[in-house]
Design a binder for this molecule. Structure first.
Ligand code: SF4
Length: 468
C-alpha cells in the first residue's frame, strides 16, 4: 500500500526535474512577478507542534484563477527531543526536494526566491488543495528524517499575511547566515557536498566550505555537517578536504575526487575561489551570477530578482542560461549572495577589486563586506546604463581595475613592432579577452588570454554582403 494513496497524483523521485511550462500551468506560486514569498522552517518545543496539522491562511488552490501568480509563504514547524534550531536550514532545504517528488508540481529556488508551478493535468486529477501538498511534506519529513517527531505545516496565501511575515523570515535567514560566518576553510578538514540539484543539472555538485556557501544560499557548512550527520544517505555528504593543491585558486585533492565521483566523471577539477578555468559548477537555483566583462576586465554580479538588463545588455535569465546546467563556464559563476560576504569571494580573481557593477539592491545588502576603498567605485544600474558609461565611471572613480587597463596597454605597446606605431597599416589589437571561444564544426576552440591583431579592420553591413 502506497504511503501516498490518499494523494490524487503520484509521488516519487521520478518526478524530480519535471518542468512545467507557462502554457501547462494551472497556477504559479511565488516566482519573479511576486515580490513577497518565502519558505521557512522553525524548530519548536514538542508541546507547541500539533503533529500532522496542515493550515491554510488565505485562498486555497481551488479558489485561484487559472494562469495567475499568487504570493505564498510556507512555514514548516518541527519538533523532536533531539532536534535543534541548528537544523532549521536543513529541514527548510528539504522542502525543495520533497515538493519536486509530486507529479505535476515544480519547485525552484529557496528562501525568499521560491517559484512553484502546479500543472493543469495534476489539478484536473484532483490536486486542488494545499491540504494534499502539506500531507506529502508531512509524510516525507517523518519518513526521511526520523529525528523529527512532530511537524505541522502552514501555507499562507493571504497577501497581507505574507507581507507581514516576509521581513521576519528575512531576519531569521540573516541571523542564521551570520552564525555561520567566521570559520575559515583552513580550519576544517571536511567540506560538504550536495547533489540535490542533480535532478535539474545532472553533473552539478555543490562544494560547501565554511567560506563558500552553497550556490542556492540555503546551506552553510554547518547545515551541511548537520545534514550529513542526521541523514547520511541523503543528498548532502562529507568531503575529506585532502591535500591543498593550490591555495590561491582553492584547489583540494579531496574536492576533485569527490566531484569527479559524484558527477560521474563529467567534472574532475574544481577551483573554489575563481570564475576562470575550472570554476565551481553552476546548477540552476543559484541566487546570483558573476559574469566577466572583458571590455573593462572586471566582473558584474546580478541576482535573480533583478528585473532590468545588466550593464552588458543581458538580463539575469540570459546570463543564468549561459552558465546553468552543471557546467563550468569560464568567466561565469553561479553563486549565493552570502558568498559575497566571504573573504574568499572570487579571491583568486582579485575579489572586490575586480567587481565593477552590481544591482543597487545587492550592493545595499552586502555593503558592509565591500572594502571601504572600493565600495563607491562599483557602479549600479542607477550610475551607468552601458559599457561605455561604465568605462567613464570607472575612470572617474579610479577603480582598481584601471591598473589592469594600464598593464594591458603597456603589454600591447611592448608587443607591437616599434616602427609599426608610426606607420599607416600598423597592426592594432582589435580584440582582447581572458577567454575567447571559437566554434568550428565539431570543435570548440578556446583561446586563453587572447589578443587578436589585425592589419586592417573592414566593417561591411550584412545587407551589402547579401547583395554581393
Ligand atoms: S544549490 Fe547546491 S546546496 Fe543548494 S540544493 Fe542545489 S546542490 Fe544543494
Amino acid at each position: 500500500m502506497s504511503m501516498f494513496e490518499d494523494i490524487p497524483v503520484d509521488v516519487g523521485v521520478i518526478y524530480e526535474g519535471e518542468r512545467i511550462r507557462r502554457k501547462d500551468m494551472q497556477v504559479e506560486l511565488g516566482g519573479p512577478s511576486i515580490k513577497e514569498k518565502f519558505e521557512w522552517a522553525k524548530v519548536k518545543p514538542l508541546d507547541q507542534v500539533e503533529d500532522g496539522k496542515v493550515t491554510i491562511i488565505g485562498p486555497d488552490i481551488k479558489d485561484m484563477t487559472e494562469g495567475q501568480a499568487y504570493p505564498l509563504g510556507i512555514l514548516v514547524e518541527a519538533a523532536g527531543s533531539t532536534l535543534e534550531p541548528a537544523l532549521e536550514g536543513v529541514i527548510e532545504r528539504r522542502i525543495h526536494g520533497y515538493l519536486n517528488f509530486i507529479e505535476g508540481f515544480m519547485h525552484l529556488n529557496q528562501r525568499y526566491d521560491i517559484w512553484m508551478r502546479l500543472g493543469k493535468k495534476a489539478f484536473q486529477k484532483g490536486l486542488n488543495s494545499f491540504e494534499y501538498i502539506g500531507k506529502v511534506l508531512y509524510k516525507l519529513f517523518k519518513s526521511e528524517l526520523p529525528i523529527i517527531e512532530k511537524v505541522q505545516i502552514t501555507f499562507i496565501t493571504d497577501p497581507a499575511k505574507v507581507k507581514e511575515m516576509y521581513p521576519v523570515a528575512l531576519e531569521d535567514y540573516e541571523a542564521r547566515d551570520a552564525k555561520a560566518r567566521g570559520l575559515k576553510d583552513e580550519e576544517v578538514d571536511k567540506f560538504y557536498g550536495c547533489v540535490l540539484c542533480q535532478s535539474f543539472a545532472p553533473s552539478h555538485v555543490c562544494v560547501i566550505t565554511p567560506q563558500r556557501y552553497s550556490n542556492c544560499g540555503a546551506i552553510s557548512w554547518f547545515d551541511g555537517r548537520a545534514s550529513a550527520q542526521i541523514d547520511p544517505k541523503g543528498p548532502v555528504f562529507a568531503i575529506e578536504r585532502g591535500e591543498l593543491l593550490n591555495a590561491e585558486k582553492g584547489e583540494f585533492s579531496g574536492v576533485n575526487e569527490a566531484v569527479k565521483k559524484r558527477s560521474l566523471g563529467d567534472v574532475d577539477r574544481v577551483w573554489l575561489y575563481t570564475a576562470f578555468d575550472h570554476p565551481h559548477t553552476s546548477c540552476g537555483c543559484f541566487e546570483a551570477v558573476a559574469f566577466y566583462i572583458p571590455e573593462v576586465e572586471g566582473f558584474g554580479v546580478v541576482n535573480r530578482s533583478f528585473k532590468g538588463v545588466t550593464v552588458n545588455g543581458l538580463a539575469f535569465s540570459t546570463l543564468a542560461d549561459s552558465t546553468a546546467g552543471g557546467r563550468q563556464v569560464d568567466g561565469f559563476h553561479g553563486m549565493s549572495i552570502e558568498y559575497m560576504r566571504s573573504k574568499k569571494f572570487l579571491a583568486a580573481d582579485d575579489g572586490w577589486n575586480r567587481v565593477v557593477w552590481l544591482p543597487k539592491e545587492v550592493k545595499e545588502r552586502v555593503k558592509d563586506f565591500i572594502p571601504a576603498d572600493v565600495v563607491d567605485k562599483i557602479a549600479t544600474e542607477e550610475d551607468v546604463q552601458n559599457i561605455d558609461e561604465l568605462k567613464t565611471f570607472l575612470k572617474e572613480k579610479k577603480h582598481p581595475v584601471l591598473a589592469r587597463w594600464e598593464a594591458e596597454a603597456a603589454a600591447v605597446e611592448a608587443a607591437a613592432p616599434a616602427e609599426a606605431t608610426a606607420e599607416e597599416g600598423a597592426m592594432i589589437p582589435v580584440a582582447t579577452a581572458a577567454s575567447l571561444p571559437i566554434m568550428a564544426v565539431g570543435f570548440k576552440i578556446i583561446l586563453k588570454d587572447a589578443k587578436i591583431y589585425a592589419k586592417k579592420v573592414i566593417i561591411r553591413s550584412m545587407k551589402d554582403e547579401k547583395k554581393t
